[in-house]
Structures are given as C-alpha cells and as structure tokens.
Write a protein that binds this ligand. Sequence first.
Ligand code: NDP
Length: 468
Amino acid sequence: MDGSARIGLVGLGTMGSALALNIAERGFAVAVTNRTAARLPGFVAEAGPLAERITAAETPQALVAALARPRAVVLMVPAGEATDAQIAALRPLLEPGDVLVDGGNADFRDTRRRSAELEAAGIRFLGLGVSGGEAGARQGPSLMAGGSAQAWEAVREVLEAIAARFAGMPCARLLGPDGTGHFVKTVHNGIEYADMQLIAEIYGLMRSEGRSAHAIGEVFAGWNEGPLNAYLTEITAAVLLADDPATGRPVVDVIADRAGQKGTGRWTVIEAQRLGVPATVTEAAVAARAWSAAAAARAAGTALLAPPDRAHGPIPTEGDLEKALLAGRILALSQGFQVLAAASEEFGWGLDLAACAEVWRAGCIIRSGLLDDIAHAFREGVPHGILAFAPFFAARLAETVPALRRVVAAAAGAGEPAPALAAALAWHDTFRTARGTTNLIQAQRDYFGAHGFERIDAEGSHHGPWAS
Ligand code: NDP
C-alpha cells in the first residue's frame, strides 16, 4: 500500500532538519530518514506540533513506502560520494515517474551526469541549489532548480510554498535543464565570496585607522539603511557589534585571521576561467582565503618584506568607503552574471538572467537592494550582456568608481591589502579601454615562439621583423 506523505527527505543535518520542519509547517506531510537512524526520535520530539505531519523512516525502504505516488525525495547530504551513495540506495526502490531532488551543493557537472543517468531510466531528477543557510532553510530559502519540466512540476507546489518571497513572488524557480540550478547556486556562492571579501577589505581599512570593531559595526549598520542594504551588510554590522562572553572583547577581535572554504568559490573561478570570462573579484576572494591559511609565512613576511611609507597614505572618508564598496559589489555581480551568460551559451541552457536575479532577491545570502534593479536591467536588455553597461548600473558606477579609485590608491599607499577592490577597479578600467596592451603580448609571443600576430590594417597571420 502506498503511503500518504507528499515528499520524502534524506539527511537530517543542519539543512535537512530545517527544510523538513519548513515543509511540515507549510502543511505538507513529510517522511524523513537519516544515515544515523538514532537521530530520528530526537528530531521528531523537537518538532513539537509539527510532528503529526512527520513520518520517521529508519531505512530508505521505509521512506519510499511512506510516500504517495509519484514519489518525490529530496537529498540533503554532503555533495559528491555521499550523494551518489544515496542515489544508488534509492534508485532500485523508485519507479519511472518518481522524482529525486538533490538539494546539496553539488558540482553542476555531477548533476548533469546524474540527470542523464536517472532521466534515461525514467526517474525524474532535479538539481536544486539551496541558499540561505539554516535560518533560510527553516523560514524560506532561495531555491534554484535545474532539471526537466516534469521533475519541476512534480515538486513545484512544495518548493514554492517553502521558499522565501519577494513582493509576493516565491524565490523558487526552474532556471533550465540538468545542471543549471547547481551552476547558478555555485555562481551565487562565488558572488558571496566576492562580497564578503570586499566587505572585509573595507573593514580592514577602517581598522587600520585605529577604529574599534564597535565603531566599524555602527558604520555598517548605517550603510545598511542606504544603497548598500544587503543581508551581508546587515550581518557584518551584527558580528562587529557582538562581544565575546569569555573576554568581554569584541568577538571579531578574538577570532583567528584564517577562513576556510568548501569549494564553491573555487568552482566559480575555475568555470569562469574555462568559459573565458574570469570572475576576478571572486578570484581575489578565493586567493585571500587560501593566503589566510599561510599564517607562519605571513608572520615571517612582516619582517622580510619592506613596509610602505605610511606618511603618503591619505585616509579615505566614510563616504568614499561606502561608495567603493557599492562599486565593488556592482562589479562583482556584473562578473558573476557574465559567467552565467557564458555557461548558458556553452551548454545551451537558455538561462533567463532576470529570473536568476529574481530568485536571489530574498532568502539567499547575497540578497540585496540591487537585485531587483538587476532583474529590471536584464528584462530591458543589457549591452554586450555586461550588467555594468546597463544604463542604470553605468550611472551608479559613474557615481561610485571615483571613490573606488581613491580607496584603492589609499590602500596601496598605506600597504593595506585590498585585492578584491583592486580587481574590481582593474576590470572596470580594462572594459573602458578600447585599445589595451595585448598588441605587445602578441609581439612577444611571436618573437619567442613564432606564434604570429594579427594586424590592425590587414587580414591573416603575420610575423615581426625580429632579428633571429
Ligand atoms: P550536515 O553536516 O549538517 O549534515 C549532513 C547530513 O548528511 C547528515 O544528516 C548526515 O547524516 C548525512 N550524511 C553525511 N554523510 C553521509 C553519507 N555518506 N551517506 C548518507 N548520509 C550522509 O550538513 P548540512 O545540512 O549543512 O549540508 C547538507 C547539504 O546541503 C550539503 O550538500 C551542503 O553543501 C548543502 N548546503 C549547506 C548549506 C549550509 O549553510 N550548511 C547551505 C546550502 C546547501 P548523519 O547524521 O548520519 O551524520
């Protein structure tokens, strides 16, 4: 006999538990299972009144038996081998027309592979990017789906019900086939890396002037009321204003200068390079996290590398720092959307970039006041597919890039590392320079490797008059 649960969920970790409760709270019966079945009773006990809509299944067989047909199962387990193992365990229990949804942070290439394998066997597959962390998963995440229309329609009602909303619209969308949802989530994370690094560099500049964490927190709190309004601005203010219960000091002052990463930032950088649209602000952010691990070398470098002459470093105004951060944020987003556009072209996804911006307007980590304007810009058409060229954003950049220049110059003068801010500015200046300097690169390549070069005044490949 079929069960009656609308949807199943595998993996009651941080995200899976929160999603299962969200699903139950929206009125859907949900069956759950977990590798460590001993966690099930505790989960159900903590669900309170929602427990009546939750069926705890000790095995994949029990989970599938608890579901109404066609069955739909969401996986919330670590990406990679764990996901493949769970798919392998469930696959013999499912039948054509059933739906598997992978809500983990999968590499989109794995999603393409899984999608092809499962769809060939009649099992519908949805690669679902989930953003918003634990709170988002519980209260309303941003959901980026990729897969077949049939897979989406089978779970659409549930996903739209649990998602965050912006102006009444659910932040849950089918963005395209196979790997699109996970690719869009990956680039979302790449933009997240970039924005966090830009914020950290601005914090670093204020800290270098001797301002306290609390004072800087107040500045970010004020900025969050203006054009920099964003979840990441808001939480930056909150963490800078928080004190460590053990020491009474600002908690950021007792946190080690060493940041980890799980890979989505690096994936964004690698895919962007493969596609020929380098996301250099994200690259700077990924590099900064990698360099942060080199604590001993950086300590040695303090003595081995010469310091700047700080006497020449002008101190940026708060207004300039605010504008510089806004310029950096716009440029990082512009790069991210270029990556999405290039991947869509490469894989024939037909990605609707405005829809990508729309699902990011609420629920996700990079939600900000800019995303609605980005959606409008893409709906109206963006010159050369470059967001920074859209009239609205070109105007914002005209207002803010002069401040970005002053801040990058001040950082360089003071010897304060600002790789993401500098990368954003370098992109901006490269794309406002019609004739750059790769004429010289062509000449050098021809000189040492006889690679030939193109001329400005004739077709074909040419060689230079170099002495051999
Ligand atoms: P947790 O570590 O909190 O939970 C992992 C879950 O997966 C647990 O239920 C665990 O079961 C189960 N699990 C681990 N290894 C295996 C395995 N080999 N086979 C079967 N089950 C396994 O992770 P999260 O909830 O944070 O993350 C889950 C997924 O969601 C990941 O893919 C992550 O990248 C993604 N994600 C996470 C976000 C976050 O903010 N944390 C945001 C968006 C996506 P057990 O209890 O037995 O250990």
